[in-house]
Ligand binder design. Structure first.
Ligand SMILES: [Zn+2]
Length: 359
């Protein structure tokens, strides 16, 4: 007797059919109380989880930073409430550090989204810039401390020294990080001490140690504890060991580079954002020769600009993300990720097989 005829002739066949039907049913009808798995690389865009391919800690995750809360995060707990916070910290004038994106929405749409009812298509119409900052704090924990507990400011993403991305608000919110571009942009603060003029002592002396043999290490000062870095015993090093010099807004500046871990994460985040919010073109502001513009864009140019840009492209009083930021590295590699691992040119002409360096 063959196996098939045995199955047909026995109750086992009926059991097998029922089991297969049950398995198929699992896919279409989730069981009550079963936890939906997450892989830990998701960002939240108008309520949707979007993969990035790199580590992301959301505001609702353990160890996350929640910009929806009105309390201070790092003050003593019994003084963290809004009433006490506003009396203790003068700069805190509003319990919410974000508000509603209103640009380009009809009155009906505003009424719909004001209660939280954003959909992805509406957000895709509204958001067309990704603004890059350095946090001048050195770590994402300290950055959140300044924004949330001291300044009444906010930002969607923080990128820590070890490449961990923290998302503090859904991208549907209008975060407060870049004045005139707040309504149309996503904001990212990269942990980095920032850029300084050539003369005098700077905080860089305290944070960066030249170890010899061309190696430089970041040493978080003891008053910041372990800095809140998520990767245990992480040793942070700038991608290039020497300070990088450059001119932004006609000022000569020096700055240590970001870490390779930050660059790798940023490439993936940039590609993911550009894909899910296609208004954000994967490019930076260029002059007539295709070179990076190193000063504030004119109001007209800024208005027309859709893509990745620095805080200094928006305000004359800002220089971040500074002269060390490697725009080509981020944009070129993000483009390769976006175009199936090939460069945009290779993708268009079907020539070559340029694999991304970040697969
Ligand atoms: Zn900034």
């Amino acid at each position: 007797m063959s196996l098939v005829s045995l199955l047909r002739s026995s109750a086992a066949f009926a059991t097998l059919v029922l089991a297969l039907a049950g398995l198929a049913g699992c896919r279409t009808a989730p069981k009550t109380g079963v936890i939906v798995p997450r892989t830990g690389d998701e960002i939240v865009v108008a309520g949707q989880f979007v993969h990035t391919g790199t580590s992301v800690v959301l505001w609702m995750d353990p160890g996350g930073y929640d910009a929806y809360r009105v309390e201070r995060r790092f003050s003593p707990l019994d003084k963290s409430d809004w009433e006490t916070s506003q009396t203790e910290v003068r700069e805190l004038t509003s319990p919410n550090r974000y508000n509603l994106r209103r640009n380009g929405l009809t009155t009906e749409e505003l009424e719909r989204v004001r209660g939280g009812g954003w959909d992805l298509a509406t957000l895709q119409r509204v958001v067309d810039q990704l603004v890059i900052h350095f946090d001048a704090c050195g770590t994402s924990r300290q950055c959140f401390n300044v924004l949330q507990d001291h300044r009444d400011l906010s930002v969607h993403f923080m990128l820590d020294l070890d490449g961990t991305i923290y998302q503090t608000l859904d991208l549907k919110e209008r975060a407060w990080h870049a004045t005139t571009s707040n309504s149309r942009s996503v904001g990212l603060e990269i942990a980095n001490l920032g850029a300084y003029g050539a003369k005098g002592k700077t905080p860089l002396d305290e944070w960066y140690v030249q170890e010899g043999s061309g190696r430089t290490r970041i040493t978080i000062p003891k008053r910041f504890g372990d800095g809140g870095i998520r990767t245990r015993n992480f040793v942070a090093r700038p991608a290039r060991p020497e300070p990088i010099a450059g001119v932004i807004q006609r000022q000569e500046l020096f700055q240590y580079d970001f870490t390779p871990e930050q660059y790798r994460a940023l490439v993936k985040l940039t590609a993911a954002l550009s894909k899910v919010l296609p208004g954000i073109k994967c490019d930076y502001p260029r002059d007539a020769h295709g070179k990076l513009i190193l000063a504030k864009l004119s109001d007209d140019v800024l208005k027309q600009y859709h893509g990745v840009l620095g805080h200094f492209h928006i305000q004359t009083d800002k220089v971040d993300p500074g002269p060390a930021f490697n725009w080509d590295y981020v944009i070129d590699n993000a483009k390769m990720l976006l175009h199936g691992g090939m460069s945009e040119a290779a993708d268009l002409t079907s020539m070559g097989h340029m694999r991304s360096r970040f697969d």
